[in-house]
Design a binder for this molecule. Structure first.
Ligand code: 13P
Ligand code: SF4
Length: 357
């Protein structure tokens, strides 16, 4: 029963004390978030994974790529645990190392490898945090960098200063929205689809491109529409519409503001009482914010929006199981990134953590 699970989790956490730190992404359900020592967006959680070097285990209530990142940047002796190994990310799965390598080889054949007169290399790879460790390693090895939705503009600026163009993967929407906000014309952002090289763009179009987008997307954020925004405005005059940059470009353009999950949380915290918000992001976060800030009216743009089904795979039962494992000296569901991937991936992550606006 939920009560029994609650008692088991609390007992295990009390026994383990500072030996374990539990992290929770904003999209986790409340039944899990209540046990997290730190709740945040993917950038904050990457920092949090470094913040407790004395803990022997980091239990990551999030998805696989987040646990991999925590393993890469934490101390090697620290075990990173993903309570349910089936908690992946469909967007991260849309870019695999073989397809990206193949794309890279075609770009190298097209542009060569020599820097231009300003010292900018032909292409810099940028991977969204929502990607496998192998892709972060690829970026580390090829002069590239990682970004999250809260620092995408800073990172893209970093990359465009060092490269004539950027290959951005896996999320086309974050790449397109960010590059557009920085003044890159949308028509100069071809879509790379590995099933059809150059995504239908001919080589000439591609050669003008400053940002080449991978074809990936988030199935949760793809659901939001301009029609939903129009409806929210018609029904709630004065509503503030904030969407996540994983939403399609027309949705981001129609919204009043866009930003990472942390941006959304802070905007709500800073608003005068009685504000009305229509939010375009995952439902667990929106519902929690509505409950935490009863002085505002907060609702999700999509009335029937589904939760992120893979985030939802972290159930309190799995949390109890891995915590009790630690109590008995057993490390269950450990996520380990092999050194040949972790070393270059750390380079790309450290570049991100050091990048300044
Ligand atoms: P942020 O945590 O960077 O806002 O990303 C949202 C997301 O989709 C995480 O999977
Ligand atoms: Fe992946 Fe989207 Fe779920 Fe984030 S919300 S974990 S990007 S599927």
């Amino acid at each position: 029963s939920p009560e029994e699970l609650h008692d088991r989790i609390m007992a295990a956490k009390a026994t383990l004390g500072d030996r374990v730190v539990t992290l929770g992404h904003f999209y986790q359900r409340d039944e899990v978030v209540q046990y997290a020592d730190f709740v945040g967006d993917s950038f904050q959680l990457a920092n949090a994974a470094k913040a407790k070097p004395e803990a022997e285990a980091i239990v990551f209530c999030g998805v696989h790529f987040m646990a991999e990142t925590a393993d890469i940047i934490s101390r090697p002796e620290q075990a990173v645990i993903l309570p349910n190994l089936a908690a992946g990310c469909s967007m991260a799965d849309m870019a695999d190392i073989d397809s990206v390598t193949e794309c890279w080889e075609q770009l190298e054949a097209l542009y060569g490898t020599e820097p231009d007169a300003q010292g900018r290399v032909p292409v810099i790879p940028v991977t969204y945090m929502n990607s496998s460790a192998a892709l972060k390693g690829f970026c580390g090895e090829h002069g590239g960098i990682v970004c999250t939705s809260s620092n995408a503009e800073t990172v893209l600026k970093w990359a465009l200063e060092r490269g004539q163009r950027v290959l951005f993967f896996p999320d086309q929407h974050l790449g397109r929205n960010t590059a557009k906000a920085m003044g890159v014309p949308v028509e100069q952002m071809p879509l790379w689809n590995p099933r059809k090289a150059f995504g239908g763009n001919d080589v000439e179009t591609l050669s003008d491109a400053r940002v080449i987008l991978w074809h990936g997307f988030c199935s949760v954020h793809k659901r939001f529409t301009v029609g939903q925004i129009e409806q929210a405005r018609a029904e709630h005059p004065g509503v503030r519409v904030i969407v996540h940059p994983e939403c399609p470009m027309p949705v981001v353009d129609a919204a009043d503001e866009y930003g990472s999950t942390d941006y959304i949380v802070k905007a709500i915290q800073a608003a005068p009482a009685g504000s009305t918000f229509a939010i375009g992001t995952e439902i667990n976060l929106v519902q929690r914010l509505a409950a935490e800030y009863p002085q505002h009216t907060i609702f999700c743009l999509d009335a029937v929006v589904c939760p992120c089904s893979t985030m939802y795979r972290i159930h309190p039962g799995y949390l109890a199981w891995v915590l009790e494992g630690l109590v008995h000296g057993e490390v269950l569901n450990r996520i380990t990134v092999p050194a040949d991937v972790a070393v270059p991936a750390r380079v790309a992550l450290e570049r991100m953590l050091a990048a300044r606006p």
